[in-house]
Design a protein around this ligand. Structure first.
Ligand code: NAD
Length: 239
């Protein structure tokens, strides 16, 4: 880490579990405990079934992100940027905790979007999530777009939905430019972004993996750590 000058970090849901936001596939994961919940993350069910949308809005009202805060792991990555070593922070998370911890928005590549905004699936209008949630609290179970009547959804990438090609390109380009590629709290099962590890490795970067459970890339990694992120990351990144 001391020698590295272009660190690219890839984070996943595991960095936010210590803030109280469950991951999907860990032992306490949302899908591990309730496989049906996966339906709420699938664009086809969401667009076709008003009952799925109503359930999604209910779940958004209760989303743990509204009352949670970034933790020591997020702050350690903000420090890494202050030291001038962070080339890019690719995140699969939708909670915006990296920006809240102090990473600059231009370093953070949110490849799965953000839950703090809504988007209209018909006209593309975007608006703050809290405004839509106010409408749900006021009794609209599935609030439509105020501009065109279209279906509103959180500005996240659901399963079955297209990723934003420019963002994926930027993430992959950054991975290819890294001298150290560091994955934090991700099971590395979701493609294409998991492919960034292979790409960085092929381009000669050292690979470091910090995740409580094994990942498919542990064998090609130069170092693998299993400790809790909030405790280990600040120590690992200390100058
Ligand atoms: P994942 O659920 O597939 O994997 C998370 C991994 O983190 C697990 O392997 C788990 O063992 C590990 N982990 C959990 N807490 C940890 C800790 N404290 N210390 C060390 N390791 C820990 O998550 P993923 O790979 O990010 O993929 C899931 C998808 O779900 C992502 O695409 C993301 O968009 C979405 N998601 C986001 C959030 C969020 O924004 N906070 C939360 C849940 C899901």
């Amino acid at each position: 880490m001391d020698r590295a000058t272009r660190v690219v970090v890839l984070t996943g849901a595991g960095i936010s579990t210590e803030s109280g936001i469950p991951d999907f596939r860990g032992p306490q994961g949302v899908w591990t405990k309730n496989p049906q919940a996966e339906k709420l993350s699938n664009i086809h069910y969401y667009m076709a079934d008003p009952e799925v949308r109503k359930a999604s809005w209910k779940a958004r009202l209760e989303h743990p992100a509204w009352n949670a805060k970034p933790n020591a792991g997020h702050f350690a990555l903000a420090e890494l940027e202050k030291r001038g070593k962070l080339h890019a922070l690719i995140t699969q998370n939708i909670d915006e905790f990296h920006q809240m911890a102090g990473n600059s928005p231009d370093k953070v590549l949110e490849v799965h979007g953000t839950v703090r905004k809504v988007v209209c699936m018909a006209c593309g209008m975007t608006a703050p999530m809290q405004k839509a949630l106010d409408r749900v609290r006021a009794g609209e179970e599935d609030p439509p777009c105020r501009d065109c009547g279209g279906i509103l959804k959180s500005a996240t990438i659901s399963f079955g939905q297209q990723l934003v090609p420019e963002l994926i390109e930027r993430a992959m380009r950054a991975a290819g430019e890294a001298d150290l590629f560091f994955t934090v709290g991700t099971s590395l099962q979701v493609y294409p972004i998991a492919g960034a590890v292979e790409l960085a490795n092929g381009a000669g970067a050292k690979i470091v993996i910090l995740n409580a459970e094994p990942t498919p890339f542990d064998e090609i990694a130069d170092a693998v750590f299993r400790e809790p992120i909030g405790a280990l990351l600040p120590k690992l990144l200390q100058p």
